[in-house]
Design a protein around this ligand. Structure first.
Ligand code: PGA
Length: 257
């Protein structure tokens, strides 16, 4: 499966940060990595990022409202993102689930909105530290998967990102065995629900992916890419992770790291 590497900038980036996107786009033009590459800058940069990416990187929003328009101060709809040139959107990121008190049903409605607007939805799921330590991770993830992915989802409109909350921004990652076990559990659920297409639906791992651990994580079975936070902010690190995903050492990043 062609890997998908996504950079989530979170609430980081101003105009001058677009130079990082230009640098990644330039690197892609020179090396032609065999991967789908997306960057999710803050809303304020989406339209300019689309220009900077020169069609080499997909640009997306970090969330969207379920409705196309209305009296929802501070929200942005999937249609607005598409209008700004975005081709994807992250929905149900744990930081949004928490700050906006999103339920699985609300995440599913946003996933549906993404499809309505023609955006690829990256749907995030993942357990808390307490749930992990209590041995509840698989049950939690199965329930989130069931509730957050609408029945009409398919492998061309939807990507799943497994992000254990305790691994986000902490420098801690699950063991390779834990990642493999969870990803095969997610795969089994997707196949159970969507049949053959469930085996084509990409499952990303996210949570403290960096240049050191990316190769090992991306080589694990049923890991079809990565959602990268902190390490996506600098072109050199991000390009190196993308190069790793293609399994080609010739794609090492040319940037000083
Ligand atoms: P991190 O963030 O790579 O900084 O841990 C990942 C994410 O939240 O998507």
């Amino acid at each position: 499966m062609r890997p998908l590497i996504a950079g989530n900038w979170k609430m980081n980036g101003v105009g001058e940060s677009l130079a990082e996107i230009c640098a990644v786009a330039q690197w892609i033009a020179e090396t032609g990595p065999n991967a789908d590459i997306f960057i999710f800058p803050p809303f304020t940069l989406v339209a300019r990022a689309v220009v900077a990416a020169s069609n080499r990187i997909g640009i997306g929003g970090q969330d969207c409202h379920a409705l196309p328009s209305g009296a929802f101060t501070g929200d942005v709809s999937a249609e607005m993102l598409a209008d700004a040139g975005a081709t994807a959107v992250i929905v149900g990121h744990s930081e949004r689930r928490q700050s906006c008190r999103l339920t699985d049903a609300m995440v599913a409605a946003r996933t549906t909105a993404a499809r309505r607007a023609g955006l690829l939805a990256i749907v995030c799921i993942g357990e808390t530290a307490e749930q992990h330590d209590g041995g509840l991770a698989q049950n939690v993830v199965i329930a989130q998967l069931e509730g957050s992915i609408p029945p009409d989802a398919n492998s061309t409109t939807t990507v799943v990102a497994y992000e254990p909350i305790w691994a986000i921004g902490t420098g801690r990652t699950p063991s390779l065995e834990e990642i493999s076990r969870m990803h095969s559990c997610i795969r089994a659920q997707l196949e159970g629900r969507f049949g053959e297409d469930g085996s084509r639906l990409r499952i990303l791992y996210g949570g403290s992916v960096n240049t050191t651990n990316a190769a090992t994580i991306l080589a694990a079975p049923n890991v079809d890419g990565a959602l990268v936070g902190g390490a996506s902010l600098r072109a050199g690190e991000f390009a190196e992770i993308v190069g790793t995903s293609t399994g080609s050492s010739s794609l090492r990043s040319p940037f000083a790291l």
